[in-house]
Write a protein that binds this ligand. Sequence first.
Ligand code: UDP
Length: 454
Amino acid sequence: MPYQGHINPMLQLANILYSKGFNITIFHTNFNKPKTSNYPHFTFRFIIDNDPNDQRYSDLPLQGMGAFSRIIFFNRYGADQLHNQLELELSRKDEPPVSCLITDALWHVAQPVADSLSLPRLVLRTSSLFCFLTYASLPLLGDRGYLDLSENTSASLLDGLGYVDLPHNTHLEEQVVEFPTLKLKDILKMGYKKENDAIGEVIGNMVKQTKASSGIIWNSSKELEEPELETILRDIPVPSFLIPFAKHFTTSSSSLLKQDRTFFPWLDQQPPNSVVYVSYGSVAQMDKKHFLEMVHGLVDSKQSFLWVVRPGFVDGSTWLEALPDGLMGERGRIVKWAPQQEVLAHKAVGAFWTHSGWNSTFESVCEGVPMICSPFWGDQPLNARYMSDVLKVGVYLENGWKRQEIANAIRRVMVDEEIRERVKMLKQKLDVSLIKGGSSYESVESLVAYISSL
Ligand code: UDP
């Protein structure tokens, strides 16, 4: 699934399995293809969008929520090519036999294809268990009328930037009866109107075909999501393996953009826990108005910062044209892309202002860094809610993008010892889970045994 937030965990998983003795063949699209020279130990096959004259995949949005359209089309048109390529792999006499296919959960069409070839398919789910359980309940939430609420706010999300600045409304602050962790507005912010719109259809099929798979690999940990794991084990009759990938491999080799490292001498000189790291992942986009609130919020917080502003992040700008001259002073550094895990592991970094993508969220927990959460759409509002209200390791900036609130939230997270203590404890638990007998260690071992048994 050719997006950074999906490529990273898949290649981390591939590295884990390779380290356990498996041969790895990667099927990938030409769009956003990983740097194959970083993976001389893997075989790469390019499928789906090999034909430059195929108009179906050209001109699709690259950023914002519109990026999801590629996922819709790969499912719609990609099954035959996947089938043919798999058949070829299965017939190769010069290679070790194929144990199984592992695909991203969003590539749901892979399940019927694998079934037709009697090939076991395991699923890699790149978001949290909590998110999966919420997605699995979308039909129920739809029946109860919760998704209708979003008609007005999310009608144009697929074409738009995907950021919903919800008006304050006390009704939306209410809890969802069936999911007390969530507020009504969290459902709206996910951006799914009805189960039967194009995105809802992919989500519905993702859930269905994940349940029909031979097993699910989660980039998560029992230490984080024990209650959700219990529900999953009770309700889904296939094995689940929870592995904190960031604890095994960094994502540097699978980075699609060049990582800037020039700021490290500056970061090295900053006092411990004094810098806010700001990054909104690989696809989120903002308009100029919200970007300016970010700028002022950061400046008003009076904290040092390292800010990743991807080219194209501000709608209509190539990079930093919208930044007012001289406003940022010497307090911070802005880069186009950073080696995120190394930054989060740096002793100078005291907080992460994130869009709450799951990889970023989990990487932050793995490094023991508290968060300021500013989710856009999809699973991000769910991750933000879980981090702020369940694990209590972040502050959710949930009342819109106002500079004063931003500055307050940043200052609060930088000085709140309880939040910092909690996230450090979680990091320690994750570290322990990797030791023999720990949950993550055992998950890797049982995954290896399970694949070997297929
Ligand atoms: N990332 C990175 N450098 C950056 C910003 C992000 O390497 O400057 C990585 C980050 O470590 C994470 C991924 O990009 O692994 C983003 O995935 P996430 O699920 O957080 O968000 P998405 O991009 O899917 O919205």
